[in-house]
Design a protein around this ligand. Structure first.
Ligand code: ARG
Length: 495
């Protein structure tokens, strides 16, 4: 079976910690309370308990409780295999499986008490299991270690996160393709250096993002395929002498196969780094779209409007409608990229195999996953909400002599000028238009002929924005018919 993330908000609000407060935040963990005895899960040779600060720095239950469903799924698979391999007897196995199911219910019903003294999710669940079923609980940890356990749990979580990201990006692509089809022929200025360059269509612009997000989804799929090997059974670092069946547990958890090297299995977190890399690149794409929405919705551009649904007002300036959601999408890229850099830095230089440093792998991943899923959802909402001012776009599309390239191309095509010379003639005509404060299309034929005497009336056909975009029929170009065809193709490829 595949571990499914259950809605985490439920348990996060309702479950209690042993201090009686709602599930522990980072803050609640660092208030010192001197523990009296050693950790009952591993404290055999420890006479005294840890210093309060030792407990505070060591504890991870505040964040790794999010792995409860994966941890229980992993334990079920492991226990079933131990019984099948006759490593533990069937009766003990059944008690363990019943206990694990009860613990899952307790967590999901919000009645589970997470204990900071038990460090992490693995020991919290095992500790509760021993309360529920007694000594047989101790048999579950045969032939495994928290090192392979946490690697397995975390891989399952990241796998779900990659699948969730893929589905969310698909929804965003659908919203972009809808807009692209609606605006396949709506002209706008295309920019380079944020200077009006050549007219393009709004649909073409949206389909550019559909391509970027398609590659992001491809990266997520690649990462998932590489991740999908099961570390369980690698034990602490060297494997185990028990006759386990790693193929069985791998299959039960939806992995393609077991990992091949026990040291690598417990020591690497490249799957988490790949997730964060995918997230960072995706967030970077979203930040660019966020920035463009901010620009488009400004009074200076006035290309588009967002409704009340995705804007906020100003408490002092009544005229304002602020694109906060687009700004926050742009900004959340910071923490997502930060998470990647943070975890790379944690992992750098760690000797094999496991070190406790690696407990620092989870928070950046959880935080980035949450920030990204919110960003993608908000962006999907905003794309559907954008309302374009087509008249304003048409006017802006022609501002700044954006059809100058069309004029130069015409001089090449119709008069046989070498492109460099055509470029020069066009530059002179742009200068003339600027002197006369008019557009290229508003110059008279006589004016044009003072610069190049062979120019004919036919030139005026290529100077309109509509004809400019219509002429861009090269594969991948902005011509409305191309855009319509590419939107259809995009639906087939991505949706
Ligand atoms: N909470 C630990 C982590 O997240 C689990 C593994 C602990 N292993 C150990 N040998 N202390 O990394």
């Amino acid at each position: 079976m595949t571990a499914k993330s259950k809605p985490q908000s439920k348990q996060a609000t309702a479950n209690q910690t042993d201090t009686g407060t709602p599930s522990p935040s980072r803050e609640s963990q660092i208030s010192p309370n001197t523990p009296k005895s050693s950790n009952k899960m591993w404290g055999g040779r420890f006479a005294g308990g840890p210093d309060a600060l030792m407990e505070a720095i060591n504890v991870s239950i505040g964040f790794d409780q999010r792995l409860y469903a994966q941890d229980i799924a992993g334990s079920i698979a492991h226990c079933t295999m131990l019984v099948d391999q006759k490593i533990i007897d069937r009766e003990a196995g059944e008690q363990i499986l019943d206990g694990l199911a009860r613990i899952r219910d307790e967590i999901e019903d919000g009645v589970f008490t997470f204990r900071t003294a038990l460090e992490d999710i693995h020991l919290n669940i095992e500790g509760r299991l021993s309360e529920l079923i007694g000594d047989n609980a101790g048999r579950l940890h045969t032939a495994r270690s928290r090192n392979d356990q946490v690697a397995t749990d975390f891989k399952l979580w990241v796998r779900d996160a990659l699948d969730g990201l893929d589905a969310a990006l698909r929804d965003l692509q659908a919203a972009l393709i809808d807009q692209a089809e609606a605006h396949a022929a709506t002209v706008m200025p295309g920019f380079t250096h944020l200077q009006a360059a050549q007219p393009v269509t709004v649909g073409h612009h949206f389909l550019a993002y559909v391509e970027m997000l398609g590659r992001d989804r491809g990266r997520a799929r690649d990462a998932r395929a590489r991740l999908n090997e099961c570390p369980l059974g690698s034990a602490a670092l060297a494997g185990t002498s028990f006759p386990i069946d790693r193929g069985q547990t791998a299959k039960a958890l939806g992995f393609d196969r077991p990992t091949s090297n026990s040291l690598d299995s417990v020591a690497d977190r490249d799957f988490a780094l790949e997730f964060l890399s995918v997230a960072a690149i995706t967030a970077t794409h979203l930040s660019r779209l966020g920035e463009e929405i901010v620009l488009w919705c400004s009074a200076q551009f006035a290309f588009a409007k967002l409704s009340d649904a995705f804007t906020t007002g100003s408490s002092i300036m009544p005229q304002k409608r602020n694109p906060d959601a687009a700004e926050l999408v742009r900004a959340k890229t910071g923490r997502i990229v930060g998470a990647l850099v943070g975890l790379l830095t944690v992992m750098k230089g760690l000797p094999l195999a496991y070190s406790k440093d690696m407990q620092e792998d989870k928070e950046p991943v959880f935080d980035a996953a949450e920030a990204l899923s919110l960003s993608v959802a908000a962006m999907t909402g905003m794309i559907g909400d954008l309302n374009f001012d087509e008249a304003r776009l048409a006017q802006a599309a022609g501002d700044g002599h954006t059809t100058a390239t069309d004029l130069a191309d015409w001089l090449v095509r119709a008069l046989g000028l070498p492109f460099r010379q055509a470029h020069h003639v066009t530059g002179t005509l742009v200068q003339l238009a600027d002197q006369k404060s008019c557009t290229l299309a508003e110059l008279s034929l006589a004016d044009m002929r003072t610069v190049e005497e062979k120019i004919t009336d036919a030139v005026f056909d290529v100077l309109t924005v509509e004809n400019s975009v219509k002429s861009r029929t090269s594969y991948g170009g902005t011509a409305p018919d191309n855009v319509r065809a590419q939107a259809v193709r995009a639906r087939e490829r991505f949706l």
